[in-house]
Design a protein around this ligand. Structure first.
Ligand code: CP
Ligand code: NVA
Length: 301
């Protein structure tokens, strides 16, 4: 049994072997090869925020693996009425075999793991989104045939996506350049982790400086879930931090564009760039299913 609380907890080898497993599960699913590796297992899926891809990929994925997904909205759970997460962890550990949780505080995910006795999978917190990044790396490797030596670039907020992409890219041999406005940087320890990889990590203010010679350009919304009241403020702060044709002109030939979705066309990405790279972006969305199945198998075994 193991957890996926944040990507920092997984070694390069663990990340790569999960990507290998995801490729295999995708092949098995596409070719009708039975892969009910989690028959008889139940996954509780706690959602304290909205979701399309994460909910559906885990729910469908668990079913395809022969297990049972249990959707637990915080609106209905006692956790939403103040029951401590420490108690929820100990109760659910007696009923089910694993938990996937989407919530605000990273500390809540860590507490579930500390007090529970079953695998805990982070389905997004304000701090990180490790499941998404595994699907992203899978998509890049699928299209480019490798990760080692490629350059990723992230334009936008120093948020959950930027944090996990920095860890995921560097741990798999990619370099990563990020561009964000002052005051929207990732936390200090993520910057320190980045710096420990020398010139493989760079932080810029100008998007074009980060995008130069990139093989993959990534962006995400300016206001994440829970930051709705900052929308206007953030629109002003992120002006110019847009993935558009001008930005793409400084990237390497064949540069991919990825977006975790949902996307806000006309804000962090233009409709033109989005549609030009729609095949990549929706393959990335599909790969959530295969990558999440790999995470489930890895964590439950
Ligand atoms: N990218 C992602 O996690 O999508 P959802 O919010 O729809 O789950
Ligand atoms: N940064 C976004 C990612 C959504 C998948 C959010 O947290 O809302």
């Amino acid at each position: 049994m193991k957890h996926l609380l944040k990507l920092e907890d997984w070694s390069s080898e663990e990340i790569i072997s999960t990507l290998d497993l995801a490729d295999r599960l995708k092949y098995e699913q596409k070719n009708g090869i039975e892969h009910k590796y989690l028959a008889g297992k139940t996954l509780g899926m706690i959602f304290e925020k909205s979701s399309t891809r994460t909910r559906v990929s885990f729910e469908v994925g668990m079913t395809q693996l022969g297990g049972y997904p249990l959707f637990l909205s915080s609106n209905d759970l006692q956790i939403g009425r103040g029951e401590p997460v420490e108690d929820t962890a100990r109760v659910l550990s007696r009923f089910i075999d694993g938990i996937m949780i989407r919530t605000f505080e990273q500390s809540e995910v860590e507490a579930l793991a500390e007090y529970g006795s079953i695998p805990i999978i982070n389905g997004l917190t304000d701090y990180c989104h490790p499941c998404q990044v595994l699907a992203d790396l899978m998509t890049i490797r699928e299209k480019k045939g490798k990760l080692e030596g490629l350059k990723m670039c992230f334009i936008g907020d120093g948020n959950n996506m930027m944090n996990s992409l920095i860890v995921g890219a560097l741990r798999t041999g990619m370099s990563i350049s990020v561009a964000c406005p002052e005051g929207y940087e990732p936390p200090e320890h993520i910057l320190e982790l980045g710096k420990s990889f020398g010139d493989k990590f760079e932080l810029f203010r100008k998007p074009a400086d980060a995008a130069k010679n990139a093989d993959v350009v990534y962006t995400d919304v300016w206001a994440s879930m829970g930051q709705e009241s900052e929308k206007k403020l953030r629109e002003a702060a992120f002006e110019g931090y847009q993935v558009n044709d001008e930005l793409m002109s400084v990237t390497n030939e064949g540069c991919m564009v990825l977006h975790c979705l949902p996307a806000h066309r006309g804000e962090e990405i233009t409709a033109d760039v989005f549609e030009a790279h729609a095949d990549e972006i929706f393959e990335e969305a599909e790969n959530r299913l295969h990558a999440q199945k790999a995470v489930l198998v890895e964590c439950f075994k």
